[in-house]
Design a binder for this molecule. Structure first.
Ligand SMILES: [Zn+2]
Length: 307
């Protein structure tokens, strides 16, 4: 039998919060899960693939809360079949069926068909008939621990951060979901993504003064100074993509050429769906660059920089 990898947990002393790291600090397809144990109830936030090797030592939980409906964030939901699964009301339809989940990405057929299999076989997609909706500002009161919903759309429509508080917490911990502070930068390449919502959500989380910030991937747990530094770098990727696009459009190009050139992924990264994500991401940049007069639309679907 294959040996289960050693997986690390993090806990702030005296707090009800444990971060259960996935392999490689939650590098995709893994992720980091939060466990919040109050005096009355316990809940898990975003059960990842990292929950599976821990399944025999997990405490009983009363609810599952998902920051959004993406495959890696719901991969361990199936381990908790008898408790309510909570989603923001805008992402909630995605967990009802595989078709509804696939509509969130809305990939072209040649990408969607193999991806459906991946979502089921590698991420254990399990539909839920009665998911429970939450909204911005809702609070889960667990007894000496609360979890407040901060709606932060952009990555998906319903993407939400979760602010975990407890008595004497010095600001508690803000779970950032996929505002993941990575060097890759913000991901807004799905049908349910929105660049400008994402920008507003970055400002929303910046204003929340927590003691700790927790991401689903890579970074794990950071304190406020490092969070602000990483958030600035993360946000700067948006401007960087736009500047590189503007430079590229010194010569006219159409959307297919823009997607081929790559502004989100590195040109050599073997990502089969890159062109679809590039197209969707960069067309949002193009729209607003045309609107503010930095780029003009030419005949034949070409774009050219005006400055
Ligand atoms: Zn996601």
């Amino acid at each position: 039998m294959e040996k289960a990898p050693e997986l690390e947990d993090w806990r702030a002393e005296g707090s009800p919060l444990t971060v259960l790291f996935g392999e490689q600090r939650g590098k995709y397809p893994q992720g980091n899960t939060l466990l919040v144990e109050g005096t009355r109830e316990a809940l898990v936030i975003d059960p990842s693939l990292g929950m599976i090797p821990r399944r025999d030592r997990l405490p009983a939980v009363d609810r599952v809360v998902n920051s959004h409906c993406h495959e890696d964030h719901i991969a361990g939901n199936f381990l908790f079949p008898d408790v309510p699964w909570h989603f923001h009301e805008l992402d909630l339809p995605g967990i009802r069926s595989l078709d509804a989940m696939m509509a969130i990405y809305d990939y072209p057929e040649e990408i969607a068909t193999p991806f459906r299999r991946v979502v089921v076989e590698q991420f254990h997609f399990t539909p839920c008939e009665n998911p429970v909706p939450f909204r911005d500002g809702d609070v889960f009161d667990l007894g000496d621990a609360t979890v407040r919903v901060v709606h932060t759309p952009g990555h998906t429509r319903g993407h939400s951060c979760l602010h975990v508080r407890w008595p004497g917490d010095e600001g508690g911990a803000l779970y950032l979901g996929d505002i993941d502070l990575s060097s890759f930068g913000p991901y807004y390449g799905d049908a349910w993504s929105d660049l400008e919502d994402f920008e507003r959500s970055i400002e929303t989380v910046r204003e929340i003064e927590a003691r700790w910030y927790v991401t689903f991937h890579h970074i794990g747990v950071v304190e406020r100074d490092l969070f602000l530094e990483r958030l600035d770098r993360f946000a700067a990727m948006i401007a960087s993509r736009e500047e590189r696009l503007l430079a590229y459009l010194a010569e006219p190009h159409d959307l297919a050429e823009i997607a081929e050139h790559r502004f989100v992924y590195r040109p050599k990264d073997p990502v089969p769906f890159a062109w679809a994500v590039e197209r969707r991401s960069m067309s949002q940049h193009l729209d607003r660059m045309v609107q503010r007069g930095a780029v003009e639309r030419l005949p034949d679907g070409l774009y050219r920089a005006l400055v």
